[in-house]
Design a protein around this ligand. Structure first.
Ligand code: AHR
Length: 835
C-alpha cells in the first residue's frame, strides 16, 4: 500500500477552511430537541455470556424517531465494582459492522470501565453482526448508506445515526453503576467519525478517541479516497451531476472537520499514512479543526487497521498519548503513597512576578537562525520569522526574553547588529565557534518580541567591552531623540525608543570559558561603575549583576558576597544560573533537582542579606534566575569544530530531545521559583527554540512541543497573583546526590478567588494520593487538572511523533467535603486549577 496522500510535513499544515453551514447549530438543536420527544426507554436484560470477569446486558433504547437501537452493556464483575462509580466508554462501530456478539468487545470492562457497544442503525451485516434496523426509507440512493437521503440534511441517514449516538451516551449516563461525569466516546473509522460528532453535539463528554476517523473533510475525501465507502458518493454524483452542490451542502452538516470545532473534550486521534479508506489528510483536517485539547498518533506504515493492532488499543480515553489512564478506576491492589498539604492563605510568600516566565534566546546553534528566524520557510512571515514558532512561544506564555547571550555576548559588538542589513559585518562567534551574520539584531529581535508579546531584557558585553559601549547601547536603545545614537536608531527605522527596562551587566563573568573572565573584585567594581554610569542616563533602570555561573563553582558564595559588597547600592538583582541533568541513570537524584534549586536560592538570598546587614542598607537585592533548565551538558562534545577555517553558520548545538522525566523536573524547578517568589522576581528558561529548548523547529519542516513545554505553558497560565506557603507532610526517599528528599513536592498560588496547585510525584514506582484541606482557601470546585506522566519516563516527542507525550486531563482530582484528593502517577507533574 503506497503512501499516496500529502507528505507528512504538508499533512501537519493541512487545515482546510471548511465553512460551517449557517443553519448548523439550529439544525442540530432542533434535531436533538425533536428526538427528546421520545423517552429513552432504556431496557437492560442480563445475558449469560459465560464470562466471569465481565457482566453483560442486552440493551435497547429509543433512538431517532423513537425506533429501537440495540447495544451491549459490559460491566466489570460486581466484586470489581466496589470502589465506587465506574468511568464509562461508549463505542460506535465501523462501517457495515454492528455491536457483534455478547462476548466480544470485553476489553474496556476488563480494564474497569462500563462499556456500551452501540449498533449503527441498518448496519451490522458486514464484518460483525448488528440487531438494529433503520425503518426510515429514502429516495434513490447508491447501495450502501452514504447517500441515503443525501439531498437534504433533514433526510440524511447520518442525522438518524448521530442522534442515536448522542442518546446512547444518555443511556450509559443513566446507569447507577456509572459516573456520568466520566464518559468517553470512541470508535474506529465510522465509529471515530460518530464519536467526533457526539463530542461536538452532546454535553459533558469527558474524552474522545477518534481512531482513523471516517466522515471527515468530505470535499477532499470524496475526491481522493481510493474506494468505498466514500466511493458511494462518487458514484452517486456521477449519476446526479446536477446535485453536486446540494450533496456537499448536506454533508457539511455531518462533517467531523466542521462539527469538531464545536467540541471541547480532550481528544486522542489516530491516523495511518497508508490509509486508503480514510485518507490521512482528511483525518488531519479534522484534527486541525478540533476545538479541544488534542493529540494525534501517527502510524506511518499502516492502512486502515486503526488502533486495534497496536498498543494504542490499551490507551486511556483521556487526552493521552501514553497510558496511565485518567479515567482508570483506582486499583485496590496497587501501593499508594499519601501526602498531605497545609496551605495557609493568610501567609502569602509574595506576588508572583510575570517575569518569572521569561526565556533566554542566544545567538547560539540554531536558536535564532533556523529557530525563530528562517526566511524561505513556508511558515515565514514578511520579516522572515516563523509563524509556527511564534504561535508556540505565545502558547508557552513567555513573558520576557533575555538576549542576545549568554557567552555569545562577551564577544559581541552591538553596533554590528543595527543599520542596513546588507552592510552588517559577518563576525566570529567565539563562544560557539560559528559565524555570526548579524542578519538578526536589536531591531529585528524587538520586532519578533512584539509578535510574541514579550518584554526585551538586554545583556551587555562586560567581557571584552566596558562602560562606554554600555552607555552607547543604552543611548541608542532608550534615548528618545536628539543625540547621535538616538537619531541613528531613528534613521534605522525605529522612531520610538526600545525603552529596555532590565539590563544584565555581563554574563557568567566568573567562568573560565567566558571571554574576559574577571575576578570577583574586578567584576564587582566594573559592575558598579557601569551601573552608576547607566543610571546617569536613566535612574529607573533595573540592573542585574552576575552571580556565580553555578552553585558548583569553587568561588560560589564568596563571589556573590564580594560582587555585592562593591555593587550593592548600584544594582537591583544578582543572577543565578543552574542546569540539571540525569547522570549515570540516577533518575532518583535527577528528579530531586528542585531541592538543589531551593538550596541555591536560599544560599544566595542569605549572602545578599548578609551584605545588606553589613552595609546597614534598607534596600533588598532580588534574584534574577536568568538561566535555568535541564541540559545534558556532560554530553556536549567538547570538541566543537575548533579549526580556524571552519566557522559554520548556525550549527546544531545541544538540541536536547527531552523526556517526560525532564518535563517533570522543569515543572518542579518552576515550583521552586514560585515558592521563592518574594525574592526571585525574574527568571529565564534557557533557552527557547532548538538550543536547550522546549520548542523544536526543523529546517523547512514542522515545529513542535517537547515535554518540557507543557509544565512551563501551564504554570505560566495558572500561577498568578500570590504565591502561598505550602506545608508538605510526605514520605521521603534517599538520593545519591542530595540525601533524603520529599517524594511529593508542591507549590500554590492564589488570585482573585482562584487557587492553582502544582504537584510532583518523584516516586518511580508508586502513585501518590495528595490531600489538601480547602476550608481556608475558599474554593470548592476543580476547574481543570492536567498531568504530565508516562509509563516510560524517558518517552519523548519527535518529528515523526510530535504528540507522543503531552498533558492529560487528570480526573482523579476530586473534592469531597472540604478535602481535595489528587492522585499522581509515578514520575509525574500535575497542575490543578481550583475555584
Ligand atoms: O545557555 C547556554 C550557555 O550556558 C550560556 O551561553 C551561558 O551563559 C551558560 O553557560
Amino acid at each position: 500500500m503506497p503512501q499516496t496522500d500529502l507528505p507528512l510535513e504538508e499533512l501537519h499544515r493541512y487545515a482546510p477552511d471548511l465553512p460551517a453551514p449557517p443553519d448548523l447549530d439550529a439544525f442540530w438543536a432542533s434535531t436533538l430537541q425533536e428526538a427528546d420527544r421520545w423517552p429513552l426507554a432504556a431496557a437492560c436484560t442480563p445475558v449469560d455470556s459465560g464470562l466471569v470477569t465481565v457482566e453483560t446486558f442486552d440493551v435497547t433504547f429509543a433512538g431517532f424517531g423513537g425506533s429501537p437501537v440495540s447495544a451491549w452493556l459490559h460491566l466489570p464483575a460486581r466484586a470489581l465494582r466496589e470502589r465506587g462509580p465506574l468511568p464509562g466508554v461508549v463505542q460506535y462501530q465501523g462501517y457495515n459492522g454492528g455491536r457483534g456478539l455478547a462476548h466480544e468487545h470485553v476489553f474496556w470492562a476488563s480494564a474497569g470501565f462500563a462499556h456500551l457497544v452501540v449498533d449503527t442503525r441498518g448496519q451490522g451485516s458486514g464484518w460483525t453482526v448488528g440487531d438494529t434496523g433503520d425503518p426510515v426509507g429514502s429516495a434513490a440512493a447508491q447501495p450502501g448508506f452514504m447517500t441515503r437521503g443525501v439531498l437534504s440534511p433533514q433526510d440524511y441517514y447520518y442525522r438518524r445515526v448521530y442522534t442515536d449516538a448522542v442518546r446512547a451516551l444518555d443511556v450509559l449516563r443513566g446507569r447507577p453503576e456509572v459516573d456520568g461525569e466520566r464518559i468517553a466516546v470512541t470508535g474506529a473509522s465510522q465509529g471515530g467519525g460518530i464519536s467526533l460528532a457526539v463530542a461536538a453535539l452532546a454535553d459533558g463528554v469527558r474524552a474522545v478517541l477518534p481512531d482513523v476517523p471516517f466522515l471527515c473533510d468530505f470535499p477532499r475525501a470524496v475526491r481522493i479516497a481510493a474506494g468505498d465507502p466514500y466511493g458511494e458518493i462518487v458514484r452517486y454524483l456521477k449519476a446526479h451531476r446536477d446535485h453536486v452542490d446540494r450533496v456537499f451542502e448536506t454533508l457539511s452538516h455531518f462533517d467531523g472537520a466542521v462539527l469538531g470545532r464545536r467540541a471541547s473534550a480532550p481528544a486522542l486521534f489516530s491516523v495511518a499514512l497508508m490509509d486508503e479508506i480514510c485518507p490521512p489528510s482528511t483525518v488531519f483536517a479534522a484534527y486541525a479543526a478540533y476545538g479541544g485539547p488534542k493529540e494525534l498518533s501517527i502510524y506511518p506504515f499502516n492502512d486502515h487497521e486503526g488502533e486495534r493492532r497496536s498498543t494504542g488499543a490499551c490507551r486511556s480515553p483521556g487526552c493521552a498519548a501514553g497510558s496511565s489512564p485518567p479515567l482508570r478506576p483506582p486499583d485496590p491492589g496497587s501501593p499508594m503513597l499519601r501526602a498531605r498539604l497545609t496551605i495557609d492563605p493568610s501567609r502569602p510568600v509574595g506576588p508572583v512576578s510575570r517575569r518569572l516566565f521569561g526565556a533566554f534566546v542566544e545567538h547560539m546553534g540554531r536558536g535564532v537562525y533556523g529557530g525563530i528566524y528562517e526566511p524561505g520557510h513556508p511558515e515565514a512571515d514578511e520579516d522572515g520569522f516563523r509563524r509556527d514558532v511564534i504561535d508556540l512561544v505565545r502558547e508557552m506564555g513567555v513573558t520576557a526574553v533575555r538576549y542576545p547571550g549568554g557567552n555569545f555576548v562577551s564577544g559581541f559588538r552591538w553596533e554590528d547588529s543595527v543599520g542596513p542589513r546588507d552592510q552588517r559585518p559577518r563576525r566570529l562567534n567565539l563562544a560557539w565557534h560559528s559565524s555570526e551574520t548579524n542578519e538578526v539584531g536589536l531591531h529585528e529581535f524587538a520586532t519578533w518580541l512584539e509578535k510574541v508579546d514579550a518584554e526585551l531584557v538586554l545583556a551587555l558585553n562586560l567581557g571584552t567591552r566596558g562602560v562606554l559601549e554600555a552607555l552607547d547601547l543604552l543611548e541608542y536603545a532608550n534615548v528618545p531623540s536628539g543625540t547621535t545614537l538616538a537619531d541613528q536608531r531613528i534613521r534605522n527605522g525605529r522612531q520610538e525608543p526600545f525603552d529596555v527596562r532590565m539590563w544584565c551587566l555581563g554574563n557568567e563573568m566568573d567562568g573560565p570559558w567566558q571571554l574576559g573572565q574577571l575576578s570577583a573584585e574586578d567584576y564587582g567594581k566594573l559592575a558598579a561603575r557601569t551601573a552608576k554610569a547607566m543610571r546617569q542616563v536613566d535612574p529607573g533602570l533595573e540592573l542585574v549583576a552576575c552571580g556565580s555561573s553555578g552553585a558548583g563553582m569553587p568561588t560560589f558564595g564568596e563571589w556573590e558576597r564580594v560582587v555585592l559588597t562593591h555593587a550593592y547600592d548600584d544594582v537591583d538583582f544578582i543572577s543565578c544560573h543552574a542546569y540539571y541533568e540525569e547522570q549515570d541513570g540516577d533518575l532518583g537524584s535527577f528528579l530531586a533537582s528542585a531541592t538543589d534549586m531551593d538550596h541555591f536560592i536560599e544560599t544566595v538570598v542569605a549572602t545578599a542579606d548578609h551584605v545588606k546587614s553589613v552595609r546597614k542598607s534598607s534596600k533588598t537585592i532580588d534574584i534574577s534566575f536568568d538561566e535555568w533548565n535541564v541540559w545534558y551538558l556532560s554530553q556536549v562534545p567538547t570538541g566543537l569544530a575548533k579549526r580556524i577555517d571552519d566557522w559554520p553558520l548556525a550549527p546544531p548545538i545541544s538540541e536536547e530531545p527531552y523526556t517526560v522525566a525532564d518535563g517533570v523536573v522543569v515543572g518542579n524547578l518552576l515550583m521552586s521559583l514560585i515558592r521563592h517568589a518574594d525574592r526571585v522576581t525574574s527568571a529565564s528558561i534557557a533557552q527557547l527554540v532548538n538550543v536547550i529548548a522546549p520548542i523544536a523547529a526543523e529546517p523547512q519542516g514542522p515545529a513542535w512541543r517537547k515535554p518540557t513545554f507543557f509544565p512551563f505553558a501551564t504554570t505560566s497560565r495558572l500561577a498568578r497573583g500570590l504565591a502561598l506557603h505550602v506545608g508538605i507532610d510526605t514520605p521521603g526517599y534517599d538520593t545519591a546526590r542530595y540525601g533524603e528528599v520529599p517524594l511529593v513536592d508542591a507549590a500554590a498560588t492564589t488570585d482573585a478567588g482562584a487557587v492553582a496547585l502544582f504537584l510532583v510525584n518523584r516516586s518511580q514506582t508508586e502513585e501518590a494520593e495528595v490531600s489538601v484541606d480547602l476550608a481556608a482557601l475558599g474554593v470548592g470546585s476543580v476547574e481543570e487538572a492536567w498531568t504530565l506522566a508516562d509509563p516510560d519516563p524517558h518517552a519523548a516527542n519527535t518529528g515523526e511523533r510530535q504528540d507522543r507525550v503531552g498533558l492529560r486531563a487528570n480526573d482523579r482530582a476530586l473534592i469531597a467535603g472540604d478535602t481535595l484528593r489528587v492522585t499522581l502517577p509515578p514520575v509525574s507533574w500535575t497542575a490543578v486549577g481550583l475555584r
